[in-house]
Design a protein around this ligand. Structure first.
Ligand SMILES: [Zn+2]
Length: 138
């Protein structure tokens, strides 16, 4: 695969803490101080109770595949060598759902509700992408 051709996340003031965590192989999420809701993407206010106060938490990096698709067509040249590849929504045990890729698993063994854990692709010094693979231990 050619990571040099792929589009990368654009870091801004809202998502900087999340991507700094990824660089350290940590999934960081905002947890509302008032109602406890864990949210993604990062935002100024809680979407449940509209409170502005929050703490950053580090996810254990485990969850289940909520849904997925298999791409057989590359809609960007950077993904041509990856075909076929899987784009999935993973629901973490803390609640957030991440759009991600499933790695280290034959495509025909992937299923919804499958337990997965985070694994990391270090693209460059700034960006490490959280991918998911079948959970080693449940
Ligand atoms: Zn809240």
């Amino acid at each position: 695969m050619d990571d040099d051709l792929k589009p990368l996340p654009v870091i801004n003031d809202d998502n900087r803490d999340f991507w700094n965590g990824c660089r350290n192989h940590e999934l960081r999420f905002q947890k509302c101080e008032q109602c406890g809701h864990v949210r993604w993407p990062a935002s100024l206010i809680c979407p449940v109770c509209f409170c502005r106060a929050f703490n950053w938490i580090v996810s254990e990096g485990r969850g289940r595949i909520y849904t997925f698709v298999v791409y057989h067509v590359a809609y960007h040249p950077g993904f041509q060598d990856d075909l076929p590849y899987v784009v999935a929504v993973v629901e973490l045990t803390e609640g957030p759902r991440l759009l991600t890729n499933i790695a280290e698993c034959p495509i025909d063994e992937i299923s919804c509700d499958m337990p997965v854990e985070v694994t990391w692709r270090d693209v460059n010094k700034e960006i490490s992408l959280p991918l998911f693979r079948p959970a080693v231990s449940v």
